[in-house]
Design a protein around this ligand. Structure first.
Ligand SMILES: *Cc1c(COP(=O)(O)O)cnc(C)c1O
Ligand SMILES: [Zn+2]
Length: 448
């Protein structure tokens, strides 16, 4: 094979390497996280322009599996996997929403929102899960005794794992914090036939259990400490740049929980720089909910070390994580990309999400966290209004209708700034006309 990839320990004093078909999640030598490394010299033999042409030719085509946003970049992701073992649900290729009105309201020159939630199971997790489940199928075909794939989840990982496993005919096991995920997120793995275990704990508690049960090699671990997922997720930044005709934006803003996604975003951008597809180093901003902000706290201390916290209940339930597994990878990325970390309150995230919706989005509370972070940084002058900005929207708002209903019913402890209250009326033309004309007269101007 022309191209090669392998697991490598991220600890610079260790750097042990292992084949991708070995069942390991941490370095057996030193315990650090692993990452997938590629033979960059081999990839460099193809010019940047030639990679761009190849990726553009495949993008959203019907040429299976290359029409997938992830597998269209197969050589950069998992070059050696057999196409017949690829489990793809046509992930990636999601809309890069030109947020013209929201940008204007915030006084920005150019604002884009990458709608990763417009995906098979409604979140960006599909980008990584296609890679992980494909590699599992490859290992099973090579005779490895894997009987099931398991994950702990704040809701979206389990939905994604269950769907990809169902498509591949592999048993999924999901461990969920009871009562802490949305109805839509819970019913997805149930419908897809996963073994659904609801534990009376939080995400960090589920993570502890799943780490123990996957010590048995017949149960494969699908959490993002498994660096295969990062390989798929890293295509998000590459795809954004591709959608901007290979012009890199100035700033990326991304919500962070376990911090796999920001690590992945950075990894993709680094690879593009190594292979000459971009020269620029965009800035990366991670936003967290104030109720679950261990990265923000570490940032304030100059990233001395991670001090795990007990995450408090937040509306941004998918990032209610106090002990992020990919902390070290994320810090590396933030140092490389002149990173900023900021946190936002429940009211800030809910209002920002609602404001986004008023300009045509239907976004999830985590996207609200990113938008609220953007608003704060612009106000503080830390983001220049003339910069081109891309916000990573991580899930579809339809997975979080309970959050939206409560907001517009005014059921939160804080006032809902952009509440839109339905008006109940008798079915009389007069009554409707009266209310209607008044409403049109008082319509909020475009500055909401
Ligand atoms: C998983 C998830 C996140 C957080 O991603 P990390 O990689 O854990 O930082 C954010 N938003 C949504 C909707 C998610 O599902
Ligand atoms: Zn090691």
């Amino acid at each position: 094979m022309q191209y090669r990839a392998w697991f490598e320990c991220i600890n610079s004093e260790c750097q042990s390497t292992y084949p991708l078909n070995k069942i390991i999640y941490n370095c057996p030598n030193c315990g650090s996280l692993l990452e997938v490394k590629h033979d960059i010299e081999a990839l460099k033999r193809r010019s940047a322009d030639s990679w761009k042409t190849l990726f553009d030719k495949r993008y959203k085509s019907n040429q299976w599996p290359y029409g997938s946003g992830v597998w269209g970049k197969k050589e950069w992701v998992l070059p050696n996997i057999d196409n017949q073992n690829i489990v793809s649900l046509y992930e990636g290729g999601t809309n890069l929403f030109y947020a013209e009105r929201l940008g204007k309201i915030l006084g920005l020159r150019e604002l884009w929102i990458k709608l990763c939630g417009n995906s098979h199971t409604g979140s960006f997790k599909d980008l990584g899960m296609t890679v992980l489940v494909s590699q599992v199928k490859q290992m099973i075909s090579e005779g490895m005794p894997i009987k099931a794939v398991a994950c702990a989840s704040t809701g979206d990982t389990s939905a994604s794992l269950a769907a990809y496993c169902a498509a591949a005919g592999i048993q999924a096991i999901v461990l969920l914090p009871k009562g802490k995920i949305s109805v839509a997120q819970l019913i997805q793995p149930i419908s897809n036939g996963a073994l659904v275990l609801e534990l009376d704990t939080d995400f960090d508690g589920c993570m502890k259990v799943v780490k123990e049960i996957t010590k048995d090699e017949t149960i494969y671990l699908a959490n993002s400490m498994n660096s295969l997922r990062i390989e798929g997720q890293k295509t998000v930044g590459i795809e954004v740049v591709q959608q901007l005709d290979w012009v890199c934006p100035d700033v990326f803003i991304i919500p962070g929980g376990n911090l796999g996604n920001v690590s992945a975003l950075g990894k993709g951008l680094i690879m593009m720089r190594q292979l000459g597809l971009i020269n620029k180093k965009p800035r990366i901003v991670v936003t967290q909910a104030q109720k679950a902000n261990p990265l923000y706290r570490a940032y304030l201390r100059g990233f001395d070390r991670l001090i795990p916290i007990k995450a408090k209940k937040t509306l941004a339930s998918a990032i209610q994580i106090g002990n992020p597994v990919s902390y070290e990878k994320a810090v590396r990325v933030l140092k490389e990309f002149d990173g900023i970390v900021i946190d936002v309150t429940e009211q800030e995230l809910a209002d920002a999400s609602a404001l986004g919706d008023l300009t045509g989005l239907f976004n999830c509370p985590h996207t609200g966290v990113a938008l609220a972070g953007l608003i704060k940084l612009v106000k503080a002058g830390k983001i220049d209004k003339a910069e081109s900005i891309v916000v990573i929207s991580t899930a579809h708002g339809l997975k979080f209708t309970d959050f939206k209903v409560k907001y517009h019913e005014g059921k939160f402890k804080f006032p809902a700034k952009y509440r839109n209250k339905p008006i109940e009326l008798p079915p009389s033309i007069e009554a409707v006309k009266e209310v209607l004309f008044k409403a049109i007269k008082n319509r909020r101007d475009s500055n909401v």
